[in-house]
Design a protein around this ligand. Structure first.
Ligand code: NAG
Ligand code: NAG
Ligand code: NAG
Length: 170
């Protein structure tokens, strides 16, 4: 291809890309035939309008208030569903015990990977705060309220192996 044609092609591609409506610095990309906006680093959301505000003062890893015998995660969910205090439950990795958690906790997993934990919060619109323990007791805990609304009994003194963040969408 000659240079002129090549530049003309490039310019038209740029025009198409800048013409589309990506907000807040998002860049339009094509993925499997559909167009989507890739958000700048550390932002996400349909309009790239969300980010996390991290805190290094609180360790959010609430204890379960109760447990039940579980043979699998379906049974565990069932046990939680019939317990009015239970907002979410999770099977211990041993696969024998089902831990019950109360509101404002909406999800507990044993992820140690921070990106995975944050990804779960990104995907749940009701998730407002996450806490992840990357230490010995790996855990990812999601809450449906902002940090200031999380009861004190669910908070502990900060530890370096811990990370917590509030989702801010504006
Ligand atoms: C796009 O298609 C490829 C191949 O089918 C698939 O592996 C990939 O996950 C798809 N990406 C998205 C975002 O759907
Ligand atoms: C928390 O972060 C602030 C600001 O980045 C820093 O000044 C402070 O030393 C940190 N505290 C701890 C306990 O790491
Ligand atoms: C959080 O989720 C619980 C159910 O798990 C619900 O009862 C409560 O109203 C929710 N709170 C907010 C602020 O959405």
């Amino acid at each position: 291809m000659n240079n002129l044609l090549c530049s003309a092609l490039l310019i038209s591609v740029i025009l198409i890309l800048t013409d589309a409506d990506c907000k807040n610095g998002g860049i339009l990309v094509e993925e499997n035939g559909t167009l989507k906006c890739n958000c700048p680093p550390n932002t996400f959301g349909d309009d790239c309008n969300c980010r996390y505000k991290f805190t290094n003062v609180t360790f959010l890893e609430p204890d379960h208030y109760g447990e039940s015998a579980g043979s699998d995660s379906a049974k565990c969910d069932e046990n939680c569903a019939i317990d009015t205090r239970c907002s979410t439950s999770t099977m211990l990795p041993s696969g024998k015990t089902c831990y019950h958690y109360e509101t404002p906790i909406i999800l507990v997993t044993y992820d140690r990977d921070e990106d995975k934990c944050i990804g779960r919060c990104n995907e749940m619109s009701e998730c407002k705060t996450f806490g992840i323990d990357t230490g010995m007791n790996s855990a990812c805990v999601l809450f449906n309220v902002t940090l200031d609304k999380i009861p004190d009994k669910m908070k502990r003194a900060y530890q370096t192996f811990f990370k917590a963040g509030e989702k801010i969408c504006e």
